[in-house]
Design a binder for this molecule. Structure first.
Ligand SMILES: Cc1cc2nc3c(=O)[nH]c(=O)nc-3n(C[C@H](O)[C@H](O)[C@H](O)COP(=O)(O)OP(=O)(O)OC[C@H]3O[C@@H](n4cnc5c(N)ncnc54)[C@H](O)[C@@H]3O)c2cc1C
Length: 377
């Protein structure tokens, strides 16, 4: 089979790896507009369950990924300067660039052709030239936009602002930090992803953002302002920029996932708010699911139909949980009156996926402490 893939991110590369590994005769080409060392952002997070899926799908890349991991089991909630730790949550972090390098090497090893600095604009020619065209071209997918009548995208620009920084202060856990200032409430999502660096994403509502005057600030001024807000949490360390810009989260869904020989994959197909992790996880698990459909039946149109049928319910359930989490952060200011332990409890149960029973299984000490405090009131 001849497969063309637009986008050399986790979705596109991982799908190429799995298909080529399954059948060396497949002729697979990835078109990527950036160079092999260009990337945005800092680290990404995987849960323990995702790692098991990656191991089952492709041992060699799993081994490389886990060799480069920073792992932890705690979520830390910091409010009014007090840190509450909740254990029993298995997560690992890796630099996005390192992950891409591992996938690039595996593509090369298997004989997948990756064409860097190859921006695709003529999607019709590319799809006419292959049996299957995979559009793994990210959240702002031009393929999705070009064939909007077929995919029927449902896009929602969310009101909160966020910016993705790094820092050399190490956060030894998935840390959610809240700082109330005269301007408004700022939340930071942070975690280490190698031995020297953590991701540090700052989020605030539009009212806070306007009041702070970020629209008029330079990148430098913005960084200095936020480093000051979180000075105690960063231990005085600066925030590091990687061409970091304020963004509004774009929630992506699609009425149809494929037409003829074209299919959307990863962020082009769906997004889930970063507060629940993890676009990379979903992108790579999409690749596994699509490859499994080809294992069952190599016919392109039935595989694409089967992919949507099997994967849509999983994605919808995940997006529903991520939606609740996103709304929680959009309303964060309404929870700031809570005591730190109450805030931690509400946060841990915000997506509706974790109830008291599940939380107790993960960390009985935390639930006991919470109940003791509640009982005393
Ligand atoms: C603030 C923030 C925090 C995040 N945190 C996490 C996290 O903790 N964990 C996690 O797993 N994920 C996280 N993500 C999400 C993650 O970055 C994406 O979900 C993931 O990269 C999706 O993979 P993808 O392959 O679908 O798309 P991408 O990684 O976006 O790859 C798409 C690729 O397509 C290329 N491309 C696009 N158009 C064209 C074209 N016309 N021609 C050629 N090439 C093209 C792009 O250059 C890009 O390399 C976060 C995202 C944000 C914004």
């Amino acid at each position: 089979m001849k497969i063309n893939i637009i986008g050399g991110g986790p979705a596109g590369m991982y799908f190429a790896i799995l298909m080529k590994h399954a059948r060396a005769a497949h002729e697979i080409t990835i078109y990527e507009r950036n160079g092999p060392d260009d990337t945005f952002g800092w680290g990404v997070v995987f849960s323990g369950k995702t790692l098991a899926n990656l191991r089952a799908a492709d041992e060699p890349s799993h081994a490389e990924i886990t060799r480069n991991f920073e792992a932890w089991d705690n979520v830390d909630v910091v409010h009014r300067g007090e840190k509450i730790s909740i254990h029993g949550n298995s997560f690992s972090g890796i630099a996005r660039l390192r992950l891409l390098k591992i996938l690039q090497r595996r593509c090369e090893e298997l004989g997948v052709e990756v064409r860097f600095r190859a921006e695709v604009a003529d999607f019709d020619s590319l799809r006419a030239d292959c049996d299957l065209l995979v559009a793994a071209d990210g959240v702002n997918s031009l393929v999705r936009q070009t064939f909007a009548e077929k995919f029927r995208p449902d896009l929602s620009v969310r009101p909160n602002k966020y910016i993705w920084y790094g820092t050399n202060h190490l956060f030894h856990g998935l840390t959610l930090t809240f700082r109330e200032t005269q301007t408004g409430v700022f939340a930071a999502h942070s975690y280490k992803f190698d031995q020297a660096t953590s991701t540090f994403i700052v989020e605030c509502d539009a009212k806070t953002w306007n009041k702070a005057g970020f629209a008029e600030m330079s990148d430098e001024e913005t960084r200095a302002y936020l480093a000051e807000v979180f000075a105690a949490d960063l231990n005085g360390r600066p925030l590091l920029s990687n061409n970091s810009k304020w963004l509004n989260f774009l929630l992506v869904k699609n009425g149809r996932w494929s037409f003829e020989n074209v299919v959307l994959l990863g962020d082009a197909l769906h997004t889930a708010h970063f507060s629940i992790g993890s676009g990379t996880k979903l992108a790579m698990e999409d690749a596994i699911a699509l490859k499994e459909c080809f294992d069952e039946n190599p016919d392109v149109s039935s595989s694409l139909e089967r992919f949507e049928e099997a994967r849509r319910p999983v994605i919808e359930e995940y997006q529903a949980a991520a939606y609740e989490s996103m709304l929680w952060f959009e309303d964060a200011r309404t929870y700031m009156h809570l005591a730190p332990i109450d805030l931690a409890y509400v946060l841990m149960t915000r997506s509706g996926r974790v109830d008291e029973g599940k939380l107790r299984e993960r960390d009985p000490h935390f639930v006991d402490a919470y109940e003791r405090v509640k009982g005393k009131r």
